[in-house]
Design a protein around this ligand. Structure first.
Ligand code: NAP
Ligand code: GCO
Length: 265
């Protein structure tokens, strides 16, 4: 049955930063496909709130507090999941931050913090989770990349550096772990309506006009657009997809852009 390809029954999933936004959508979609969802965050309060939301969606989420940038904290958190839920079958490295500051104004420590969360952390968490997958005979890793895995733009140097690196960390995880039946891929969301983009989307911000111009679909993406794509990469339907970045961007990467109205001929 084709539906069985997307059945995640009894699969153990960890979504880092899964308490809202894209991570919440990924956890919800994979949970509705039958997976046991483990949700990580930095904040106990946000974990508690998220658990209620998952429960309202019929998903009994296991919440685990740890800082993805702290190797010891990650080890403790993953050990808790392995002891209380089971070996992780599907890891979604979703946790991320952004700081929009021009290079000349950005403190080096701020640059390093973004790199730590958005690039070093997926390395830390992936390195901790992979041995269990190898022992179990395989697994799935999905790294949350970005348009900034491909493009730069002013003010997001740290974020683009990290997401560009994450694209090639994904390739290297694929090269080293494919032989263990671990498929490592990335998702490259376009511009998605979450808390992370609220400041450049709302209140008539001019960036909204740029997104509208650059996105052929003519809309901001929704977290569910990413959650649905994650189901494919988390499922048996993608066992020969490896090292790939699946861009879910409404056509941005296919589009140089146009002046509104000029091309409506
Ligand atoms: P978001 O709303 O800012 O959520 C990010 C999540 O990561 C939050 O739950 C946050 O927890 C968590 N987090 C941050 N630092 C952490 C740490 N050190 N340890 C554990 N958790 C941590 O972002 P989003 O828009 O949903 O984006 C999710 C992912 O998609 C990010 O990697 C982002 O770069 C990427 N992405 C987003 C877009 C977009 O347009 N929104 C597009 C492309 C890629 P707290 O809230 O407790 O800090
Ligand atoms: C920005 C945005 C983007 C999105 C996303 C695009 O300031 O340009 O925040 O970085 O978050 O990464 O794919």
């Amino acid at each position: 049955m084709i539906q069985e390809l997307f059945n995640l029954k009894d699969k153990v999933v960890l979504v880092t930063g899964g308490t809202h936004g894209i991570g919440m959508s990924v956890g919800t979609v994979l949970g509705k496909a039958g997976a046991k969802i483990c949700v990580n965050d930095l904040s106990e309060e946000k974990l508690d709130e998220a658990k209620k939301e998952y429960t309202a969606n019929g998903i009994d989420a296991f919440t685990v507090l740890f800082d993805v940038t702290d190797e010891a904290d990650v080890d403790t958190g993953i050990s808790k999941i392995e002891e209380e839920v089971g070996t992780i079958d599907i890891l979604v490295n979703n946790a991320g931050i952004i700081k929009r500051v021009p290079i000349l104004d950005m403190p080096v420590d701020d640059y390093k913090q973004v790199i730590d969360v958005d690039l070093v952390a997926p390395f830390i968490v992936g390195k901790r989770v992979a041995p269990g997958m190898i022992k179990k005979g395989g697994g799935k890793i999905i790294n949350m990349c970005s348009m900034m895995s491909v493009y730069g733009r002013n003010s997001v140097s740290a974020y683009a550096s990290a997401k560009g690196g994450l694209k090639l960390l994904t390739a290297n995880m694929c090269c080293e772990w494919a032989k263990y039946n671990i498929q490592v891929n990335g998702i490259g969301p376009g511009y998605i309506a979450t808390a992370q983009t609220a400041s450049i989307r709302e209140g008539g911000h001019p960036f909204n006009d740029l997104v509208m111009m650059r996105t052929p679909a003519g809309r901001w993406g929704e977290p569910e657009d990413i959650g649905n794509a994650a189901l494919f990469l988390a499922s048996d339907a993608s066992t020969f997809v490896n090292g790939h970045i699946l861009y879910v961007d409404g056509g941005i990467l296919a589009n140089f852009g146009y002046v509104k109205g000029e091309n409506d001929l």
